[in-house]
Design a protein around this ligand. Structure first.
Ligand code: SF4
Length: 388
């Protein structure tokens, strides 16, 4: 709790001594099993927010018996308030490529793809140029691995890994039933490692800096640092790499405008933390995990409007495949509107909270399951703003 906030500069650092290919060569000189062990030891968890151990994911996929395997970089950055992968792909794309190539080497994949959010198509030309060179460099190293790009079409749910595979295969982007998990049957139903952009860069950086340097940062449950996109009522919006595990109060001291009443941690699908809980909330897997979005709201903001915007977003983006999510999102939206208009009593909000509990259990994917995070945290902490 008393851990001081620390800005670090691992992801975007490009010193004179930095060369992405040196990092790749360092990895290729080592047995694949050692790289996996190092990754597990590092404690690196997926930076998309779900927090599965990256090394274990690689190990499971490596152990699958299949001639064809894939590495997918999830660059479908659709969480509202999150814009850091765009910067990573723009400023240090080679680090992403290196992370993918190391993964290809480790699991025995011959193809890798960056699934790029449709709205980021302006990055494609530059990425393709750089990939042309990089793929040649992989060939020169006799690594049988090629990286390509696939563009998304703008559906939020395609950031969910199995919907992403469906989209890549040319189908409607809808989540699949799990299991099987991607490590067994991912893209084209073949064993697949899917990591987000930032996770792959950290693999490259752990290879470069060593496991111990990474483990010095963060906490026992949240090793290392992570990139945050800071937006909302802040005088300094932008992208910052911070050590994991800091209290939200220190984050607010650093980034807010002195009048923060809430911080939405983890984007629209994350939780809204009110001022009174800033000191008790840890940013990390032992507190509130986040894919990187930190939206700050000051006293000028209506939390009803904030929640309304989120619910409109989820209603729009629900793929409609399962009833709890398709109908639930609409009911939540209509429900807070009805309470606001006085057509339903304030106690109706508690009925709606029960609906989110059902959605958490019965919805098929993270979209429907997580709508209760913003809903309940805003209802619980800003109830009067919803009612009046
Ligand atoms: S939870 Fe929502 S987005 Fe996910 S599968 Fe069901 S309807 Fe589609």
């Amino acid at each position: 709790m008393d851990k001081p906030i620390k800005k670090v500069d691992i992801i975007f650092e490009i010193g004179d001594d930095y060369n992405a290919l040196d990092v790749l060569d360092k990895a290729l000189a080592r047995p694949a099993d050692d790289i996996v062990l190092d990754l597990i030891d590092s404690g690196l968890k997926g930076r998309g927010g779900a927090g599965f151990l990256t090394g274990l994911k690689w190990k499971f996929t490596k152990n699958e018996d299949s001639d064809i395997k894939y590495v997918i970089c999830n660059a479908d950055e659709g969480e509202p308030g999150t814009f850091k992968d765009r910067e990573i792909l723009d400023r240090v794309p080679e680090k992403v490529f290196v992370g993918m190539a190391i993964c290809g080497y480790v699991i025995g994949a011959r193809e890798g793809y960056i699934y790029l959010r449709g709205e980021y198509n302006f990055l494609v030309k530059n990425l393709l140029n750089k990939l042309e060179t990089f793929n040649k460099q992989l060939k020169e190293r006799n690594l049988d691995f090629v990286i390509g790009i696939r563009s998304g079409s703008g559906a939020y749910v395609c950031g969910e890994e199995s919907a992403l595979f469906e989209s890549m295969e040319g189908h409607r982007g809808e989540p699949r039933n799990k299991p099987p998990y991607p490590t067994v049957a991912g893209y084209n139903k073949k064993p697949t490692v899917i990591n987000n952009v930032e996770t792959l860069v950290y693999v490259a950086m752990i290879t470069r800096l060593g496991v111990n340097r990474f483990k010095e940062l963060g906490t026992k449950d949240s090793r290392g640092s992570k990139v945050f996109s800071v937006s909302g009522d802040t005088p300094i919006p932008g992208i910052y790499e911070l050590e994991l595990g800091m209290p939200l109060s220190q984050f607010v001291d650093e980034f807010a405008d002195g009048d923060a009443k809430a911080v939405q941690v983890g984007g629209a699908s994350g939780s809204c933390v009110p001022r009174k809980k800033f000191g008790d909330t840890i940013i990390g897997f032992e507190g509130i995990p986040t894919g990187g979005s930190m939206m700050i709201f000051n006293s000028s903001r209506s939390m009803y409007n904030v929640l309304h915007d989120y619910l409109e977003f989820f209603t729009e983006e629900s793929c409609g495949q399962c009833t709890p999510c398709r109908v639930g999102c609409q009911q939540l939206l209509k429900g807070i509107e009805a309470v606001k208009r006085g057509e339903k009593p304030p106690a109706y909000l508690d009925e709606l909270k029960k609906l989110t509990a059902t959605m958490r259990i019965a919805a098929k994917c993270g979209l429907g399951q997580s709508v209760g995070n913003p809903f309940n945290s805003i209802i619980d902490n800003f109830r009067e703003e919803i009612i009046y």
